[in-house]
Design a protein around this ligand. Structure first.
Ligand code: HEM
Length: 265
């Protein structure tokens, strides 16, 4: 579905936005083709899948946005710092509350890959904030691109009304995603970067895509097992009747079965 054109990756004169897009072209195709994203695109996302994805996105955006806030006066971050227009944390909180209720914070579980992603965000936020540009680009421009279509598909697949449960995909502060993306690219291009940083930022964006792919893959593994267990359970009729409890138990079994770390907070 992606239509990124082949561009010279290492031409020293091309803009940062061009370089980053060219460098991540293959990773984008791989991300789009992860099983989880394919399920999304085919309208085959289940509520359990979506809830688990929201949990991971919550942890990722919490780390990303805290690090952007902390570094907002950094000369490399200032031009691309748009908390009013882009921040996702509050909308994720609303979505999680919609699905899990007021105690949602106690019900969040994420796989080890999500933890690795947030660790990387914390590490660069502390030691090389300029690389946050790569992570902000990867998530926010993605949310403003394919994310817009995925939001509509999710709403339809899960029969959600209005913004309920899908606030994450909606950007009330952005009138035109395309125009905003142009502005964002222009801002990226005016960041004063050294020659080395101009190489490091696209590299970090590739890493950001890989971190996302690992999260999707871990989630898919968890979900396959969770759903298999739920199916078995429905047949044997021994599972708890509360959907939240079913979700928690199912996910717990999945994590134990695939031997991944889980970080609940
Ligand atoms: C179902 C999965 C996906 C679909 C259908 C999709 C689709 C798209 C489309 C149509 C564009 C616009 C391309 C253009 O303007 O030339 C785009 C751009 C983008 N996507 Fe995705 N995408 C998906 C997944 C992802 C994921 C998982 C990420 C990152 C985690 C991502 C990050 C981006 C970024 C950063 C851009 C902006 C590229 C640029 O203009 O520099 N996408 N995507």
């Amino acid at each position: 579905m992606e239509s990124l054109k082949n561009k010279p990756v290492d031409s020293p004169n091309s803009d940062l936005s061009e370089q980053i897009k060219a460098a991540t072209k293959d990773s984008h195709i791989r991300a789009e083709n992860t099983q989880l994203m394919l399920n999304f695109q085919r309208g085959q996302i289940t509520e359990t899948q979506y809830k688990l994805l929201l949990c991971s996105l919550y942890e990722i955006y919490q780390a990303l946005e805290e690090e952007l806030d902390r570094n907002c006066d950094h000369t490399g971050i200032k031009p691309i710092y748009f908390p009013q227009e882009l921040a996702r944390l509050e909308s994720l909180e609303q979505d999680l509350e919609h699905f899990f209720g007021p105690q949602w914070r106690n019900k969040i579980s994420v796989p080890a890959a999500t933890h690795r992603y947030t660790q990387r965000l914390r590490e660069i936020g502390k030691n090389s904030p300029i690389l946050l540009v790569a992570h902000a680009y990867t998530r926010y421009l993605g949310d403003l691109s394919g994310g817009q279509v995925l939001g509509k598909i999710t709403q339809r697949s899960l029969g959600l009304r209005g913004n309920k449960g899908v606030a994450f995909f909606s950007f009330p502060g952005v009138t035109s995603p395309n125009k905003f993306k142009q502005l964002y690219r222009a801002r990226m291009n005016c960041i004063d970067v050294t020659d080395q940083e101009k190489l490091d930022i696209p590299d970090e964006a590739t890493r950001a895509f890989e971190l996302n792919i690992e999260v999707f893959d871990d989630l898919h593994k968890m979900l396959s097992i969770t759903e298999e267990n739920s199916r078995k359970d429905i047949t044997s009729n021994t599972f708890a009747s509360s959907p939240v409890l079913q979700f928690a138990l199912g996910v717990g079994v999945a994590l134990a079965t695939v031997g991944m770390g889980v970080y609940a907070f």
